[in-house]
Design a protein around this ligand. Sequence first.
Ligand SMILES: Cc1cc2nc3c(=O)[nH]c(=O)nc-3n(C[C@H](O)[C@H](O)[C@H](O)COP(=O)(O)O)c2cc1C
Length: 358
Amino acid sequence: MELPTNPDELEARARERLPEPVYHYYAGGAEDERTLAANVEAFRSVFLRPRVLVDVAGVDPSVELFGRRLALPVLLAPTAFQKLADPEGEAATARAAGRVGTVMVASSLSTLPIEAIARAATGPLWLQLYVFRNRALAEALVARAEAAGVEALCLTVTVPVQGNRERDRVHGFGLPEGLTMANFEGAQARFPDAAGSSLEAFIASQFDPSLTWDALAWLRSLTALPVVVKGVQTGEDARLAVEHGAAGVIVSNHGGRQLDGARATLHALPEVAEAVDGRVPVLVDGGVRRGVDVLVARALGARAVLIGRPYLWGLAAAGEAGVEHVLTTFRDEVARALALVGRRNLEEVDRSLLAGAP
Ligand SMILES: Cc1cc2nc3c(=O)[nH]c(=O)nc-3n(C[C@H](O)[C@H](O)[C@H](O)COP(=O)(O)O)c2cc1C
C-alpha cells in the first residue's frame, strides 16, 4: 500500500500498527500539551511573499553543515527506543538517512548500541547525550561514539527533570520485555522496574539536575568532536552556549514534552539567531511538518531543521522504507516550495519571504 505524504494520514497509519501506550508515548507532550500544539500552529500561522518569473529550473534543496553537504536541510532528531516502532529500530533509521543523504542524530537512549547504529549508517551520524549523575557513563559513551565514527555530539539540556507526561502514566508506558537501553547494558543505569512510567523513574534516579554550563566545558575536554547544544530557547542562553564553545545550537523545547507553556520554537528562533549572530549554525526543531515550514525556519535564521515525530510515524508505518519515504517527501516539498516562492536555493531565502513576523 502506498504511503501517504500527508503527515496526519501517515500518523494515522502508524497508529494502526502501534500498541496504544507506544502511540501515546510518541505522540504525547507534557501536561495540557499547549507547547506541543503551539509548535505546529506557529508554522501554520505564517504566510509567504512568493516572487515570480524567476528561473527556478535547477532548484537545489541541499545545505552545508559542518563541512558536509546534506541533500536536504532536514535532520533526524534524536528519539529514544526506536525498536518500539520497528524491529530493526535505529538501524532502519540510520540506513534511510544515509540513503537520502542527511544526518541521523542517535539518542543515547537507543535500543541498539551506538556501534550497531554506526555499522548501519552510510551517512553522517551524530550522537545525542544525556549526562547522568554517574559521569563515567557519558565519558565511556563519548569514547565509544568517537571510535565508531560519530561526527558530532548533541548535548540535550531540556531535561534537568522529566516533564509531566500524563499520557504515559494513564497508558502505563514502559519498555517491553526484551528491549533495553542498549548503550548502558551492564552499567548501573538499567531501566528500573518502577510503578507508573518507568521512564520517569529512570530519569529521576539517573539524570543530574545539578548540571550547569560547566558540563559543556567538561564534555569538550573529553573529545575533539563538535558539541551542539540542543534545547536553547532564549538569546541569553544562546550567547552562553557560544561562549562555552558550542559548535552549534538547536532551538528546541523537546517537542513539547518537557515544559508545557514554553513558547513555540519558531517564536524563540529569531532572538536566538540574533544572539548567535552567525558565529555558529542555528538549527530548530518542533512542529516541522512540511517543506514550506523548512523555508520559514530558514527565513527566521535557522540553517536547517530537525524532525522527530514525522519520521517515527514513517518508521512505525513501514520501517526503513517509511523513514526514507518521509525524507524524500521533505526533500521534494522543499524543492517544490523553493520553486513556488521563486528562490533557487536556501541561500536565497531570507526574511523578505515572510508576510509579517510570525
Ligand atoms: C518519542 C520521542 C522520543 C524522544 N527522545 C528524545 C531523546 O532521547 N533525546 C532528545 O534529545 N530528544 C528526544 N526527543 C525530542 C526530539 O529530539 C525533538 O526535539 C522533537 O521530537 C521535535 O519535535 P517534533 O516531534 O514536533 O518534530 C524525543 C521526541 C519524541 C517524540
